[in-house]
Design a binder for this molecule. Structure first.
Ligand code: PLP
Length: 364
């Protein structure tokens, strides 16, 4: 039988996933499980969603042939430019979709684990180590206090079922576009390789969604090694994690022997999470994806390399995907699509302050 890498009717991906939520959220999560597919598959939703993606986000995002990097790495490298979206990353694809869903469900209050100054009321997290993981816990706490009117917009392919599936579907617009863009450019709608960075797993899920069952396509994901996945300063959850439950789902998490969550460490704020979405835990375990651990210095170098060779400053998260190129052996005819998940304007200081870190890989 063919493997199923998508969610099953119980909310699981193999042994991972599920919905482990406190009693008080049970109804909320159950209502969402019942409501999400009929709503997001309705013609009315699709029309509203795609209109916003086009006119507000600026989709489709270009698929750019990176000529110099292609020559350098001996392959045909195409960059999927999620960095050119409004707000500078892929997350908006999911945010817009979930807001429309929340409205359809009659919810009047939105919470999220991060917030910007667009009119949102921002509550700084003061619990735990004040990390992204603590912010997720705080958001869930707030949700428990306002289950009836509140919709929690989960930002990545994590959280209780149906969030991982919902977020993957919202981001699947990325691979939907890759298909026709490749057809247009090379007369074939699939690449030999797909490459993306992985934190919670949403840009990766969107990049691979329409190719998951296509064995002609190799999938390579880059997680944040920090100082090295064998050290205590890492966010390489697929390398280092063990099965546990975090933020409502069973997944690979970095934890101590008592099951207490260990803090993640990486130079990249967007990858700084001690878990990884259940879809990716399952695919990695079954060998469908190859997951590389990319250390801080390698990512810094990757960021400079793309900047110097193609004039594109990637987000430090996306620079992890660029750094994966060095670790792969391509044939000159290999078509490689790499998702640049975000732009690097926010990271210019990090690049400048850490330039020396990457010196051993070459000059820039
Ligand atoms: C948040 C973020 C990521 C990591 O999140 P995923 O859900 O794994 O995609 C990657 N790149 C950028 C630019 C981000 O903002």
């Amino acid at each position: 039988m063919k493997e199923n890498y998508f969610v099953d009717e119980r909310g699981f991906y193999g042994e991972f996933g599920g919905a482990y939520v406190p009693e008080i959220l049970y109804k909320c999560v159950h209502d969402l499980q019942e409501a999400y597919l009929p709503i997001i598959e309705s013609a009315q939703f699709k029309e509203a969603y795609h209109a916003l993606l086009k006119d507000y986000v600026g989709r489709p995002s270009p698929l750019y042939f990176a000529k110099r990097m292609s020559e350098h790495y001996g392959c045909q490298l195409y960059l999927k430019r999620e960095d050119l979206n409004h707000t500078g990353a892929h997350k908006i694809n999911n945010t817009i979709g979930q807001i429309l869903l929340a409205k359809q469900m009659g919810k009047t209050r939105i919470i999220a684990e991060t917030g910007k100054m667009l009119g949102a009321e921002v509550h700084p997290v003061r619990t735990g180590n004040m990390t992204l993981s603590d912010a997720c816990s705080e958001a869930i706490r707030d949700w428990c206090c306002h289950p009836a009117d509140t919709f929690y917009i989960v930002g990545s392919t994590m959280g209780p079922h149906p969030y991982p599936d919902l977020v993957a579907r919202m981001q699947s617009v990325i691979s939907e576009e890759i298909k026709w863009q490749l057809e247009e450019k090379i007369g074939r709608d699939y690449p030999d390789y797909l490459i993306a960075c992985i934190g919670g797993g949403s840009n990766a899920a969107g990049t691979i969604y329409h190719y998951v069952n296509d064995e002609r396509v190799k999938i390579v994901l880059a997680e944040a090694g920090g100082h090295g996945w064998e050290t205590n300063h890492t966010a390489a959850t697929i390398h280092k994690g063990t099965t546990g439950i975090l933020h409502g789902a069973k997944m690979l998490v970095m934890q101590n022997e008592d099951g207490q969550i260990e803090e993640a460490f990486t130079i990249s704020a967007g990858l700084d999470y001690p878990g990884v979405g259940p879809m990716h835990c399952n695919m990695a375990k079954k060998g469908r994806t190859e997951v590389l651990s990319i250390n801080d210095d390698e990512a810094i170098y990757g960021g400079y390399e793309l900047t110097r060779m193609e004039g594109i400053i990637p987000a430090i998260e996306s620079a992890h995907a660029i750094a994966a190129l060095k670790k792969l052996n391509f044939k000159p005819t290999d078509v490689v699509v790499l998702t640049v998940s975000g732009r690097g304007d926010k990271d210019v200081e990090t690049y400048l302050n850490n330039k020396l870190m990457a010196k051993e890989y070459g000059n820039f």
